[in-house]
Design a binder for this molecule. Structure first.
Ligand code: ATP
Ligand code: MG
Length: 572
């Protein structure tokens, strides 16, 4: 088993689930074994919330010499697909975890799960109910009112067994009957008011084809799968807390050897983000995004395409920890995890997103040279590279102002700045478009004795700006992203309002005609870079072509310029 995730950049802090597991082991519970599982339903792509569950389950097994299974909880053929099964495996592996031999499908246990249903029927603990779905709900009562017994509740075991077998044989219409547990219609816990164990669904299943036309419910199948796999600690999110009595009821009333324990922990929620497969599916189906792997999606595949690293995602999961109460994590924490990681390893390059021509009047026209640039100041082993320089450059439009305020430390008439790795230049003037007044060219002179950007005489410049030689630039469109949702808590909408109304209309901006340092032409798809002063960018793995990569911004820098702009009243 290879587990790249065995080393996490963030030190591990123990949590209540871990303490419980260690205590169980110390007292010899479960024969001292530890077996966890990650049980996705293959009805969508995994998202960052699942990453947390993956890190918790696989992480515990890794740290304590246990085993973690990957189990597809594939009990509902109407929404499940092979595409999802494949993407889930890819994503778990990419996150750095390996289930080895321990891959399971709930559907692989269908025969046993059904067998236990017959056992419950024989014990008088389950019955076939002919109420319609609506009537089942109606009879179930309300929070304040007890439920009412189904008129079919008192069928004999023999009759129930015969009916159950006929259900299995496909003799009844979809929705006409269910198998229900006989527990307590007056229970204050709704989940115990004779929950449905089996429903008739005449749908082929992606693994069992048309063998079955009855399918077990999640609440019934889950504890059985756990027990059959020998899971010791069945970790799930807090919304399952009041399902635990049912989990235990099933576990204790069917003749399984192993007695797993369900433990609930808080789910991960992020600001400006929706984490629900159902809602993410809508975004895909309604084409609000380009697919499950749209770089704005909180899916693992979206984050991967965006430029996230498995290390950054694991670091986030470690940092947010495992708690007993739900809370919402600031999405900035996710972004910071990526910044921390890429700061250490992303090679630097210069890229001018919104180019403005800069002409150096005293630099010999037609001449050029190659200057040394540092690949990564955080990593001396990354070395240096050559960057072409000439009399005609592009600088960032924002780095020039015709009438700059005093504390604008970039270029303006008469002002001197350092061109990164190149020379000091002083602005001598600028040209405008006569019809629009827009600045179209900035003119300057350079100080030849400042080569490499070093001050020749101890004279200081306050600003350093990046540039790209115009003749050498790789011209490309660059995609910039903002949060997919404009609201901090997109799901908090008044009743009757769709969360989609919180979509951010400006979540994608395509900047056309950016000027990139020429070496970026050979960037491999999926490679990650820091564009100096602009953020971390990734060569898109889908849309890049040899020689013409498509870059998008994974995350901006914690940009000191942003602060300067703020002080200046947000002018840009
Ligand atoms: P969703 O809420 O996105 O529809 P789900 O819970 O229905 O997710 P499953 O496939 O059942 O999706 O989830 C697999 C596992 O991942 C479950 O154990 C579930 O508790 C866990 N999980 C799902 N969402 C989160 C989250 N936001 N934070 C932590 N764990 C999560
Ligand atoms: Mg679920």
């Amino acid at each position: 088993m290879s587990h790249p995730a065995a080393s996490n950049p963030v030190p591990h802090a123990s949590h209540f689930v871990e303490e419980r597991i260690l205590a169980d082991r110390a007292s010899g519970q479960h024969g001292g074994r530890l077996c966890t599982r990650f049980p996705p339903e293959p009805n969508g792509y995994l998202h960052i919330g699942h990453a947390k569950a993956i890190c918790v389950n696989f992480g515990l097994a890794l740290r304590h010499g246990g085993v973690c299974n990957l189990r597809f909880d594939d009990t509902n053929p109407t929404t499940e697909e092979v595409e999802y099964v494949e993407s889930i495996q890819k994503d778990v592996r990419w996150l750095g975890f390996d289930w080895g031999e321990n891959l399971f499908y709930a559907s692989g246990f269908f025969e046993q799960i059904y067998g236990f249903a017959e056992e419950l029927v024989r014990k008088g603990l389950a019955y076939v109910c002919d109420l319609s779905g609506d009537d089942v709900s109606r009879y179930r009562g309300a929070l304040t009112a007890k439920g009412k017994d189904s008129p079919f509740r008192s069928r004999s075991a023999e009759e129930n067994l015969a009916l159950l077998r006929r259900m299995r044989a496909g003799e009844f219409e979809e929705g006409s009957r269910t198998l229900r547990a006989k527990i307590d219609m007056a229970s204050p816990n709704f989940n115990l008011r004779d929950p449905v164990l089996y429903r008739i669904l005449k749908k082929p299943h992606h693994r069992t084809a048309s063998v079955w036309c009855v399918y077990p419910t999640y609440d019934y199948a889950h504890p059985i799968c756990d027990a059959l796999e020998g899971i010791t600690h069945s970790l799930c999110t807090l919304e399952f807390e009041n399902h635990r009595p049912l989990y235990n009821w099933v576990r204790d009333n069917v003749s399984v050897q192993s007695k797993p324990e369900q433990i609930e922990f808080a789910r991960l929620n992020l600001t400006y983000t929706v984490l629900s497969k159902r809602k993410l599916l809508r975004l895909v189906q309604e084409q609000r995004v380009s697919g499950w792997d749209d770089p704005r999606m909180p899916t693992i595949s979206g984050l991967r395409r965006r430029g996230y690293t498995p290390e950054a995602i694991r670091a986030l999961c470690e940092r947010v920890g495992v708690a007993k109460f739900n809370s919402t994590v600031d999405v900035v924490q996710l972004e910071n995890a990526l910044r921390d990681d890429l700061n250490k390893r992303a090679p630097r390059a210069m890229a001018v997103l919104r180019p403005l021509e800069l002409v150096i009047e005293n630099y010999p026209a037609g001449a050029g040279e190659e200057l040394d640039a540092v690949n990564n100041p955080e990593d001396p082993a990354a070395g240096t590279r050559k960057v072409p320089f000439s009399a005609r450059l592009f600088i960032e439009r924002d780095d020039f102002r015709a009438d700059p305020p005093k504390d604008f430390f970039r270029l303006g008439p008469g002002r001197e700045v350092r061109l990164r790795y190149a020379y000091f230049v002083t602005c001598t003037g600028f040209d405008t478009d006569p019809s629009t007044g827009e600045v179209i060219r900035v003119r300057c002179t350079y100080d030849p004795s400042s080569k490499g950007g070093n001050s020749p005489d101890g004279r200081k410049v306050k600003g350093t700006i990046h540039w790209v030689s115009a003749a050498h630039a790789l011209r490309a469109d660059v995609r910039l992203y903002d949060h997919l949702f404009a609201a901090e808590h997109p799901e908090d909408v008044p009743e009757g309002t769709d969360f989609m109304t919180n979509l951010n209309p400006r979540s994608l901006e395509v900047v056309s005609g950016a000027a990139l340092e020429p070496l970026l032409a050979s960037a491999t798809p999926g490679s990650r870079w820091q564009f100096e002063r602009q953020g971390y960018f990734c060569a898109d793995e889908k849309d890049s072509r040899p020689g013409s990569p498509v870059f998008h911004r994974a995350v901006s820098l914690k940009d000191t310029w942003a602060k300067v702009e703020k002080r200046q009243g947000g002018q840009k």
